[in-house]
Design a protein around this ligand. Structure first.
Ligand code: PLP
Length: 382
């Protein structure tokens, strides 16, 4: 949070806190007030003026691409596509590459199904999928890199693990992939909106993230970033009018496909979702990505110290600062997990069971008192 942001201002922006203490942003987030207002404004204008305000929405979409590019420090808004979710982004990458039998993809042994299933499906086309148990090694990045070879086309990871929040070092992976001409793909849905990401410095080629978790946005929207040099070789798997270079020239013989991120957006976009997504991104950018990240890491550190001090609780997330994210997972004695979750719920605190433990994922707008409250309830329920 910026230091001049008072608790009152945060409460004003996120009144949902008065009803529930939501420490489950790694699943879904409440919308900020601005997002609600933007959607109401869209509904009202569309109701009263209909398509007469269409040009306003086109400008809004451009601002959204700019905001998304700023969020990940991309070189240009041209590198951004506005898709439906993380999964669509992963399939856009897979569908856009020409695969040859004998190619391989290096990926994590444990990842969210969206980042394993589409890759595994490639096995039917003779592509080897190397699922590396990186976390079992002392140096997970080295373990991943040692699986790359001259037939590796893509290194595909989630930068933050969805169960315990373990964070991988992107710069190390990015550098090695760039040197070897391998596409470095990052599923950043558990990263963006909580932690900073600089696609240029960290040499990430392709990123995707849905907006309904840490980005505080709507379901059914996602950003897809693809570096220009990679995009030039990525064929659109789906085709339609909206991706034409000049999309309004319906009757022109020129059917050239856009070379920017629009080349992966085949049809009429989800305008309502875009409006909500922009408002949410603007809230985060206004708060400042440095400030958001440090507030979130402070929460994680605070939770880790507090959980460590509670007997009968075992912290499952890695304590090493470089491995921390917005997610903290802990275990309680066998059979007690449901009891702890329902005690939390009785006090209007919403966490979730993930892996063998309980996953906590507070956001930047919540104050230290929220973390203290959560710790207090846990201490009294085990
Ligand atoms: C790592 C990871 N990837 C992808 C998803 C979901 O992707 P989508 O935006 O397609 O629903 C999740 C949701 O929990 C996730 O944790």
């Amino acid at each position: 949070m910026k230091t001049n942001d008072t608790e009152g201002a945060r409460a004003e922006q996120f009144p949902s806190q008065a009803h529930a203490i939501w420490v489950n942003h790694a699943t879904l987030s409440p919308w900020p007030r601005e997002t609600m207002a933007a959607v109401q404004d869209y509904a009202s204008k569309t109701h009263l003026q209909g398509p007469l305000v269409y040009s306003e929405w086109m400008k809004m979409a451009n601002r959204l691409r700019e905001a998304a590019a700023t969020l990940i420090s991309a070189e240009s808004a041209r590198d951004i596509s506005l898709l439906h979710n993380t999964t669509t982004g992963i399939n856009t990458l897979i569908g856009g590459l020409e695969w040859r039998p004998g190619d391989n993809v290096v990926t994590l042994h444990e990842d969210f199904p969206s980042n394993t299933l589409p890759w595994l499906h490639l096995q039917g086309r003779g592509v080897e999928i190397r699922r590396v148990n990186a976390r079992a090694a002392d140096r997970p990045e080295m373990e991943l890199l040692s699986s790359l070879d001259d037939r590796t086309r893509v290194l595909a990871i989630s930068s933050v693990n969805w169960i315990d929040g373990y964070r991988l070092r992107l710069d190390e992976l990015g550098r090695a992939c760039r040197d070897a001409g391998i596409i470095f793909f990052v599923d950043a849905i558990q990263h963006l909106g909580a932690l900073k990401l600089d696609v240029v410095r960290e040499q990430v080629d392709v990123v995707c993230a849905g907006t309904h978790k840490w980005l505080l946005g709507p379901e059914g929207m996602g950003l897809f970033y693809c570096r220009e040099a990679v995009r030039a070789h990525l064929q659109p798997a789906q085709l339609g009018w909206h991706m034409l270079q000049d999309r309004m020239a319906f009757e022109q013989p020129d059917r050239a496909i856009a070379t920017d991120g629009r080349r992966f957006e085949p049809g009429t976009p989800n305008r309502l979702g875009q409006v909500a997504m922009l408002a949410s991104l603007e809230v985060l950018l206004k708060a400042g990505t440095d400030e958001v990240e440090s507030a979130i890491l402070a929460h994680s550190g605070h939770l880790m110290t507090g959980l460590d001090a509670i007997k009968r609780v075992e912290l499952m997330s890695d304590r090493e600062p470089a491995r921390r994210s917005g997610i903290v997972n802990f275990q309680v004695n066998a059979g007690q997990r449901d009891r702890v979750l329902s005690r939390l719920r009785e006090q209007n605190v919403y966490a979730i069971a993930r892996g063998e433990g309980i996953r906590l994922s507070p956001h930047f707008y919540q104050g230290e008192e929220v973390i203290n409250r959560v710790l207090e309830i846990i201490e009294h329920s085990v």
